[in-house]
Design a protein around this ligand. Structure first.
Ligand SMILES: [Mn+2]
Length: 362
């Protein structure tokens, strides 16, 4: 796979080349994997040259030679610092305008590149890469459907697994274990497994609290498969639910389904957020929806902004975006329901499928 031409479609200025440079884990530029289609290997300290005619070249260490051999692009391998210096200098010599992806590059990594050619102008073309990454191709969609499917199977399993007396971290461990048993490379992000009042904290992860009768139980998790991610949230009640818990759930579900119904290519992202926000603000939970409706998903869990009140963006076919309204009552608890959708011409396809009828663990 070579996605370099797709990136250059979004660039109108003259460049000698674009240079991607990975730092040490976790300072990797995911665009390296986007452009090359590589999904094995770490590629710390590796370089990717991308030329305006669509050619590319990977420059990497002998450590990654095996992994790099899966690429369709040519690969040059260095085994010493001196060899690396020689390879970089010879390729960068005389270049006047070099494109970089500033958001994927640490200041340290940029400084190290500049040593090989201090005279060039370094131009941030990150927006062109982001734009390409937003629209998924058929191979990316196939991988993402698999990531979604793995996580979906585990979603249904977990609501039958959770019981009073378990610790939050035990359920988190089970989620990750079951995803990996189904072929996930790993979790997409640190699993959220929260109970009771902790569910009111949207980015709580998991702790030592013991699940009790009457608790909300909220799990927000995803599978990583071939470096692509899925992202799901479900909320259930442990034991018999109160009227308040039921009402919260119904409001959030209504907001989510109404927003999903309105999605199609050509719609404005902020209008989709506002559909969900209006439903919540007309309920007793006015003002308790405290984040954006959803983010774009791909190689990064938060690939780019998605359905947000500030995102005046026309939604396009084959974007993958989450839809995740929530309401949070500090000290009491929160409800969030999240699915991943692929935008189509006429509507959208929901690719995450765990059940989301109101559920009590009895
Ligand atoms: Mn999410």
């Amino acid at each position: 796979m070579n996605r370099i031409p797709r990136i250059y479609k979004n660039i109108d200025s003259e460049l000698d080349f674009i240079l991607i440079h990975n730092g040490p884990e976790p300072m990797l530029d995911l665009s390296f994997f986007y452009a090359t289609g590589l999904y094995n290997g770490l590629f710390e300290g590796s370089y990717l040259f991308m030329y305006p005619d669509g050619r590319g070249e990977i420059v990497t260490s002998v450590l990654e030679e095996q992994s790099a051999s899966r690429a369709t692009l040519p690969v040059s391998v260095f085994s010493t610092g001196a060899e690396r210096k020689e390879m970089l200098e010879s390729r960068m010599k005389g270049a006047k305008r070099i494109g970089i992806n500033a958001s994927g590059l640490t200041v340290g990594a940029l400084n190290s590149i500049k040593e090989f050619n201090p005279d060039a102008e370094y131009i941030d073309i990150g927006k062109a890469i982001d734009k390409a990454r937003m629209i998924k191709d058929s191979e990316e969609l196939e991988i993402m459907r698999k990531a979604a499917q793995i996580a979906s199977e585990v979603g249904d399993l977990i609501r039958d697994f959770v019981k009073p007396g378990m610790k939050e971290y035990e359920v988190a461990a089970e989620i990750v274990y079951q995803m990996q048993r189904r072929g996930a490379t790993g979790p997409a992000f640190e699993t959220i497994s929260s109970t009771g009042p902790n569910t009111a904290e949207p980015h709580y992860t998991s702790g030592t609290r013991t699940i009790q009768e009457g608790d909300f139980f909220l799990y927000d998790y995803g599978a990583r498969y071939r470096k692509y991610n899925s992202d799901i949230t479900r909320t259930i009640v442990i034991g018999r639910a109160t009227e308040e818990q039921k009402r919260m759930y119904e409001v959030v579900l209504d907001a989510q389904l109404s927003a999903i119904d309105a999605i199609h290519a050509g719609v404005n992202a902020k209008d989709i957020h506002n559909i969900a926000a209006e439903i919540i603000d007309k309920s007793p939970y006015k003002g308790r929806f405290i984040h954006s409706l959803g983010h774009e998903l791909g190689l990064a869990t938060h690939d780019s902004v998605g359905f947000s009140p500030a995102n005046d963006m026309v939604v396009e076919k084959n974007m993958v975006i989450t839809v995740e309204p929530g309401v949070y009552l500090p000290g009491f608890g929160g409800v969030r329901i999240e699915d991943d959708i692929v935008v189509t011409a006429e509507g959208c396809e929901v690719i995450t499928t765990p059940k989301k009828d109101f559920f009590e663990v009895l």
